[in-house]
Design a protein around this ligand. Sequence first.
Ligand code: AMP
Ligand code: MG
Length: 360
Amino acid sequence: MLEDSLPYSNIAVNDAIQALQQGGLVAIPTETVYGLAADATNIEAIQKIYVMKNRPANHPLIVHLAEPENNNLTEPDWLSVLTPWARDVSEEALRIIFAFWPGPLTLVFKKDRHVFNEITGGQDTVALRSPAHPVAQELLRKFGKAVVAPSANRFGKISPTSAADVRNEFTNYPDLVVLDGGDCDIGIESTIVDLSNGDCATLLRPGAITPAEIFKRTGVVVNKPGVVFDNQLTARVSGSFRAHYAPTTPLRIYSPGRLLDCLSEYPDIKTRVAVAVWDSDSSLNQDGISYVQINEVLVPAGSVEFANRLYRVLRDLDQQQWDLILFPEPPSGEEWDGVRDRLQRACFGSGPSLSSHSNN
Ligand code: AMP
Ligand code: MG
């Protein structure tokens, strides 16, 4: 992204810093989704995040860190950024950081004893990330401190991928400072890898950076738990609730060629249905579906492009008040794990009448 083309100004960044210094919240662009940021050293400011998002108090927040200012960055440079927050940072962890930060990868470490419980949800671990977005980095650098920032949406709802989305989420907070850094490049939340258990690295949330990529670039094996939303993880990773990232309109996933079957599961489903279709496919066969008004929406057939569009399409369709939204089942393959995870949870949490159907 060219810095010149960004719809923000130094004035906006300075205003944001002032708001943070005064204990206020600021919505910030990152390459994943927009975050709702507070000074990570100010407990009252951090507590405002929970109130504004309506987020349960035991849901930990990610600490966002500035990239060290050194033209020839070394692993020890990163270590000095981590030390106030994390302990037991292994050589493998530094290798991962060196390969992927700044970037869409959150790492969980044993926490330093000074880290507030309000950040960690009372756990002995802390989640850290250095975002790649130039506006986020500029803010962090000029602010001179870390910020904590969950996604800038009401708890359980769709994460925002533009400044306008943030404003639509928080219409009851018209004074919220929103730094406009354009549309998010990645479009889904960061990959989270737990490095707090000695030699064992575990994937807590799939995202743009896959375990295969981490292995390829660092030689570190990241284990994938079989079931991401088991009870043990539920309290640890907010996105691990089965219902999350959810639109208000009922949402369902259909298998290839099984649209009719999917529709027939909802005999009382009304009339207006929005159906997402791979842009690589020919148009839907609507034979036998004359009782429903179907609107086709093309979605990209590549995993990266699909992730970039997913929340945008869900938000837009949600606002158009369809009776039902149908999405095609993502293909198998690790590069689709992130969007498959988000879609399944979005289904599960969507419109009350359908929640019992989803995720099966
Ligand atoms: P969000 O609130 O959507 O930005 O997501 C932030 C994610 O980071 C949530 O899923 C948090 O639960 C997760 N997270 C933050 N701290 C930790 C931690 N110590 N251990 C595991 N996950 C964490
Ligand atoms: Mg979130």
